[in-house]
Design a protein around this ligand. Structure first.
Ligand code: 0A1
Ligand code: ZN
Length: 877
């Protein structure tokens, strides 16, 4: 452990920057290991600070070497500046001056993948959140916005493509015969949106004509062998541009929009102004190599990054505590876009299912934090599901409270009021409130309070007076640093249904309807509905109108009725999930007691009706058929017993599979998609149902299913079907599973993104020596510790490997800890994210919990990066 530990940065300490940078001129003389960066910063004291003599303090990193610094052309002697803790401090400055800095950096050996680094044979950058300080000394904070001009100098034979933000304004030869290219971005921006790319890249060109009839040049760059896989992303980009014009009135501003795919990237993608950089896994797509899910992900990430041009770039964050200002809003925007492009209900179910599994777990764990955190040690640790997904739910609730039209007025006002500014979450809410007249004062608590509220509903019906009452209570459990909680403003959408399954109308607040939004604001409130002609079954939290845990004592009959009759598609899925959770809880209990499994499953009848009803959307049927995941059941459990959960899920799946084998076989055959592969909603829906049916059928005793799996694997003409067959074979211990895995690798070994899928599936394969198998994968020629996608594939797959990861001797946890320790120095961001499974140690059953804790303690004893230190120390606190 280090002597002194890193300290926290607090929201309450925010101060405006003492200096501003009006213009930033950068020159990069590119070299693999010795890149020289020269900056001319046109600076002045910030008038908002009044008369001040504060020294100039610029952010830097331990990996940059200062060659020289000058002020208005005067080279500062070493006694006129100081380097302290990676900061460059200059005591005496004029009120306005040009600061020149020369730094030396080593992109080739930058394994952190922050700042300027190499990926394959290209140079690329990642500057959010604080990567720019690894390039040169700067005021690396989002509220310092500057107009950038960037000159790139390189050997043109190796780096014919040289890109930065904005427009290319000049190109020529230097005296040494190298090529230089100048880029100018007229829009002031913070340093985190800076980007540079250089390489021998192929390009796909296109044009988008905006609503005001401007032609925008669109370019997607990849390494040469991948350029045939960008058509889908290009079409998705054009759909996103059109959608943002139509839905939010937002038009693109520069004359050119570029995207570059890189293989080594810590996150999904980055919205740099006019020059988005993407993890190739979120951009490249072809039917042969990409599954339906991955196609949809490409579309949504392209949209997400594009939408940031307004929600993030034109209007950015004042400080990193406000991260959800851009991320929550942009996720809400990309979710709405995908929902408009495909099925609204399917999209909502997928998003909510993810939220309830992963964000709820985060909100109940040691790293729980508000959507607008009030403190952090390392900001990279706060690119979380809470900031992104719960942040999007907050924006969605504002949408519900205001309605479509007023919400649009609010977003128009927000963009107009704050264009070119760096603002706060409060500014966003204020614009929404001012444009709509809806009071959001109480609502704002959602930003500052961590934890998932638990909402408990009880009801009573008075036959005499035809009155129905819903009593709703809310309670948010304590989270670290927030022991007591306030009540929140929670919009709860409710529908009423008769015992026959029809919509039931009622009077509520002078409105007669069968669907209402209740405003829960107190700890307990009773809502009264009158003229209700029969006893209702409530359909609660329709469309998941708030990110809460809902408790209502539904009977099995009521859940079956909601499953078959609710007009809210989301709640039909929800009812099925609840039925499954109830049955799985019984089975988990049996396993924990050491009893043999036995269940009289009600799901069988419910699923049978679904499988036989040909009028339903196949995508919805597929979603309803999916049993709650291991991860979701772990989130629900008070004490997690991974083996018991796994056993229970398997038993229930086999029970349903055997009871309905004939129906699954039939549905499997009926939903085969004919014709050329297309990633459209309809075909995706059929494939999804077909492969879900196969996953059940293959669990049944019907041997023909085994043949069907093997045949589909061999004959599939697209990755969705091929990989579905392979996964089913692995999960059901098909007799040819091993041969299929080998054949798959041989077929696809030249396609790294497919190999990543193979690595993940292989690492998740349960066996007596799962750990040995994973160690072998890390020695496999296709594995590369420098590539975050590969590391995540193997360790992510292993995390789902119950017998390997949760081995009772603790060897799985020890292995993960070993990898974290190795990566801690090389790539702190990646290492820190890999800690997530260990942070859940308190919830595991005691014999596993102690072992996990020991590994966290072992990690904490190392000399840790800020990233890993923050997560591990908070987990042990
Ligand atoms: N702003 C990006 C996500 C992102 C965040 C941090 C990164 O490096 C540490 C990279 C990308 C987005 O929301 O897409
Ligand atoms: Zn984003």
């Amino acid at each position: 452990m280090k002597e002194s530990q890193p300290s926290a940065i607090l929201l309450k300490d925010y101060k405006v920057p003492p200096f501003l940078i009006d213009k930033t001129e950068l020159t990069f003389d590119l070299d693999e290991t010795n890149t020289v960066v020269t900056s001319h910063l046109h600076m002045r004291r910030n008038p908002a600070c009044g008369k001040s003599t504060q020294p100039l303090v610029l952010d830097g990193g331990e990996d940059i070497k200062l060659i020289g610094v000058a002020m208005d052309g005067y080279t500062l002697p070493s006694e006129e500046y100081r380097l302290v803790d990676d900061k460059l401090i200059i005591t005496a400055t004029a009120d306005e001056f040009v600061l020149t800095c020369e730094t030396l950096i080593d992109p080739q050996n930058n394994t952190r993948l922050e700042g300027l680094y190499r990926s394959s044979s290209m140079f690329c950058t990642q500057c959010e959140a604080e990567g720019f300080r690894h390039i040169t000394y700067y005021l690396d904070r989002p509220d310092v916005m500057s107009v950038f001009t960037t000159t790139i100098i390189a050997d043109e034979t190796r780096y014919p493509v040289m890109l930065s933000n904005g427009n290319e304004t000049e190109r020529g030869k230097t005296d040494e015969g190298k090529t230089f290219v100048v880029w100018h971005d007229p829009f002031p921006k913070p340093a985190y949106l800076f980007a540079l790319v250089a390489g021998d890249l192929a390009v796909k060109n296109d044009v988008f004509t905006t609503q005001s009839k401007r032609d925008i040049k669109l370019q997607i760059f990849t390494e040469r062998h991948n350029i045939d896989k960008v058509n889908y992303a290009m079409e998705a980009l054009k759909r996103s541009m059109r959608w943002d014009e139509e839905t939010y009135g937002r038009e693109y501003d520069l004359d050119i929009f570029m995207i570059v795919a890189v293989d080594d990237f810590n996150m999904g993608a980055m919205e740099n102004k006019g020059l988005n950089i993407f993890n190739s896994s979120c951009l490249l797509a072809s039917p042969e190599t990409t599954t339906d899910d991955a196609f949809l992900r490409v579309e949504s990430v392209v949209a997400h990054e594009y939408f940031h041009n307004w929600s993030g770039n034109r209007v950015t964050c004042r400080d990193w505590f406000q991260l959800s200002l851009k991320e929550g809003f942009t996720v809400f925007r990309d979710q709405s876009f995908s929902s408009d492009m495909h099925s609204e209900t399917v999209k909502r179910v997928e998003d909510v299912s993810f939220l309830k599994t992963a964000q709820f777990a985060e909100d109940a764990g040691p790293m729980a934090h508000p959507v607008r955190p009030s403190s952090y040690i390392e900001i990279s640790n706060f690119y979380t599901l809470t900031v992104y997904e719960k942040g999007a739910e907050i924006v969605r609730m504002i949408h519900t409270l205001l309605g479509e039209e007023a919400f649009r007025k609010g977003s128009d006002l927000y963009f107009e009021r704050h264009d070119g500014q760096a603002v706060t979450c409060d500014d966003f809410v204020a614009a929404m409130q001012d444009a709509s007249g809806v009071d959001l004062t109480l609502f704002k608590r959602w930003y500052s309070q961590a934890g998932t509220p638990v909402v408990t509903v009880t009801d009573e019906y008075d036959e005499q007076t035809k009155t129905y009452r819903l009593t709703v209570k809310q309670h948010t459990p304590a989270t670290p640093a927030q022991p007591t909680k306030l009540s929140l403003h929670i919009p709860i959408r409710v529908g009423l249904i008769s015992e026959q399954g029809d919509a039931l109308t009622a009077d509520f607040h002078n409105e007669r309807s069968d669907d209402f939004v209740l405003h829960l604001k107190d700890n307990e409130q009773t809502f009264e509905f009158t003229s209700v002609h029969s006893k209702p079954i409530p359909s609660l939290l329709r469309s998941f109108s708030a990110p809460v845990k809902l408790h209502y004592e539904y009977t099995t009959e009521q859940l079956l009725l909601l499953l078959s009759c609710d007009s809210d598609g989301f709640n039909r899925w929800s009812a099925a999930q609840q039925l499954a959770v109830n049955e799985l809880s019984q089975l988990i209990q049996q396993a924990e007691n050491g009893d043999a499994f036995s269940i009289d499953s009600n799901l069988v009848a419910g699923f049978k009706a679904l499988l036989e009803d040909e009028t339903l959307d196949p995508a919805m049927v597929a979603l309803i058929l999916k049993l709650p995941s291991q991860a979701y059941l772990s989130e629900l459990a008070e004490v997690i017993d991974p083996q018991a959960i796994k056993g229970a899920r398997h038993f229930l799946k086999v029970t349903i599979a055997n009871a309905l084998a004939a129906q699954f076989a039939d549905v499997y055959k009926k939903h085969v998609v004919m014709g050329k592969y297309q990633a459209n909603a309809q075909d995706i829906a059929h494939r999804s149902l077909k492969n879900t049916a196969l996953s059940y059928w293959a669990e049944s005793a019907d041997q023909r299913a085994q043949t069907a799996v093997a045949e589909q694997f061999k004959q599939a003409d697209n990755m969705t079907d091929q990989f579905a067959a392979l996964s089913i074979a692995v999960k059901t211990n098909h007799k040819s599973a091993q041969n299929m895995l080998t054949a798959f690798y041989e077929q696809w070994k030249a396609e790294p993104l497919v190999v990543n899928k193979w690595l993940m599936l292989s690492a998740s394969q349960e066996s007596d020596d799962a750990l040995g198998a994973v160690k072998a994968l890390m020695e496999h020629p296709s594995f590369d510790l420098k590539n975050p996608n590969k590391v995540r594939s193997v360790l992510g797959g292993f995390g789902q490997n119950t017998s390997g990861f949760h081995h009772k001797d603790g060897s799985g946890y020890q292995f993960l800890a070993d990898q974290i320790i190795v990566l801690n120095k090389r790539n702190p961001q990646l290492a820190s994210r890999l800690c997530t499974p260990l942070t859940r140690w308190k919830k595991l059953k005691p014999e596993l919990s102690v072992q996990m804790k020991q590994q966290l303690e072992r990690i904490l004893a190392e000399d840790l990066s800020k990233d890993v230190y923050e997560v591990v120390s908070k987990s042990l606190a």
